[in-house]
Ligand binder design. Structure first.
Ligand SMILES: [Zn+2]
Length: 327
C-alpha cells in the first residue's frame, strides 16, 4: 500500500530528528573526550596533516613519500587507539551512534528503502507504533515461569524452546506457528517475545488481532476505504511481511467473509513462503468447524502447533499481586 505524502513526510521527519539527535550527541561526546584527553587533539591534527600529505604525494606520484606517510599514519592511529584504550574508550566512541547503523538513519541504502523504513511504514499503516512499547515490557527477558506450576512449567519450557528455535531458524527454514490455549495462558506474551526478537533482527512484522485483520480486509473488499483495490493490493504487507501475527483468532465474529479471508491469507503466505504466527483460544475441533476443513488442513500441514498449558495467568497474577515475574 503506497504511503500518502504526509505519511512519507512524517517518517522522513523522524529520520531527520534521529540524525540531528545523533549529531548533537556526537558533538557533546567529542567535546567531553577532548576536554578530558588534550593529547587527542594534537594527535588528530597530526593524523589530518598526514592524510593531506598522502593525497599530495599521490598527486605528485611520489611513491617513497606516500609509503613513509602511510607508515607514519598507521603509527599515529595506533597511538590514538592506545590513548583511547588507556582511558577506557574505543575508536567507535569518536563516531556517531545510529538507531539503524545499516542506513545511518537516512532510511535508504542506496536507492532502496532500508528494512527500518519498511518497518516504520508498517507501524504507521497498521497503527502499531504502540507495539514497541508493549515489546519493551513483554519479551524473553521479562518472561517468567513463575505462573506455571508442575508439569505445566515443563510444557511451557518446551514451548519457549520451540519459540527460540523458530527465531533461530527464521531465515533458513520456512516455519509457521499456531499457539493454542485458554484465555490468559500467555499466548500473546509468547507472540510478543517472538515479535521483539525478529523486529530487533531487522525483520518486518505486522501484528494484528484477528478482528483488526478482518476489518482491514473487509474495508478493502467492500470499498469503504480503498476503492477498487483487492486486499492484496490495499494491504500488501499482510501478505508480504516477514512475519504476520494474527492474535486471538476466534474472538472476531466469524462469517463467510472471515472464513474465506483466513484461507486466502494463510494460503497466500504459505505460497509466498512468508511465516505466520496465529494464536487462538479455540481448540482444533472448533477451528475446523468455524474456518473449514481446507484451512485447517493447510495449517496442519504447514504449521507447528503448540498448546499452552494452565489457567488464566492474569487472574492468578491479580490474586498474587506483588509477586515477582511477568507474563
Ligand atoms: Zn535503516
Amino acid at each position: 500500500m503506497p504511503l500518502i505524502n504526509t505519511q512519507y513526510d512524517s517518517i522522513m521527519r523522524e529520520y531527520a530528528r534521529r540524525q540531528a539527535r545523533s549529531r548533537q550527541e556526537l558533538e557533546e561526546r567529542l567535546a567531553r573526550i577532548h576536554r578530558e584527553l588534550p593529547a587527542l587533539s594534537s594527535l588528530e591534527d597530526e593524523i589530518t596533516a598526514c592524510q593531506a600529505g598522502k593525497v599530495r604525494a599521490a598527486v605528485s606520484q611520489d611513491r617513497k613519500q606516500a609509503e613513509a606517510l602511510d607508515a607514519a599514519l598507521q603509527e599515529l592511529v595506533r597511538k590514538r587507539e592506545a590513548l583511547l584504550a588507556a582511558h577506557g574508550l574505543k575508536p567507535s566512541d569518536l563516531e556517531p551512534v545510529y538507531a539503524c547503523p545499516d542506513c545511518q538513519d537516512t532510511g535508504y541504502i542506496g536507492e532502496q528503502k532500508c528494512h527500518c523504513f519498511l518497518q516504520a511504514e508498517i507501524d504507521l499503516l497498521y497503527h502499531q507504533s504502540h507495539l514497541r512499547e508493549v515489546l519493551e515490557r513483554e519479551n524473553f527477558r521479562t518472561f517468567s515461569y513463575e505462573w506455571y506450576e508442575g508439569e505445566d512449567r515443563e510444557i511451557m519450557r518446551r514451548n519457549v524452546m520451540d519459540a527460540r528455535l523458530f527465531i533461530e531458524h527464521f531465515d533458513d527454514s520456512f516455519q509457521n506457528l499456531l499457539l493454542l490455549g485458554a484465555v490468559g495462558t500467555g499466548k500473546t506474551f509468547l507472540s510478543n517475545c517472538i515479535a521483539k526478537e525478529l523486529m530487533d533482527s531487522c525483520h518486518s512484522v505486522v501484528y494484528l488481532t484477528a478482528f483488526q485483520l478482518f476489518e482491514l480486509l473487509s474495508q478493502a473488499a467492500f470499498g469503504r476505504d480503498r476503492q477498487g483495490q483487492s486486499g492484496r493490493q490495499a494491504y500488501p504487507y499482510i501478505f508480504d511481511c516477514n512475519l504476520l501475527i494474527i492474535d486471538d483468532l476466534g474472538t472476531e465474529l466469524p462469517n463467510s467473509f472471515t472464513v474465506s479471508q483466513l484461507f486466502l491469507c494463510v494460503n497466500e503466505r504459505i505460497l509466498r513462503k512468508k511465516s505466520t504466527l496465529i494464536s487462538s483460544n479455540l481448540d482444533m475441533e472448533a477451528l475446523r468447524n468455524i474456518y473449514s476443513e481446507r484451512t485447517l488442513s493447510r495449517i496442519i500441514s504447514c504449521y507447528t502447533i503448540r498448546q499452552l498449558p494452565g489457567s488464566d495467568i492474569r487472574i492468578r497474577k491479580k490474586l498474587n499481586a506483588g509477586s515477582p515475574g511477568e507474563i
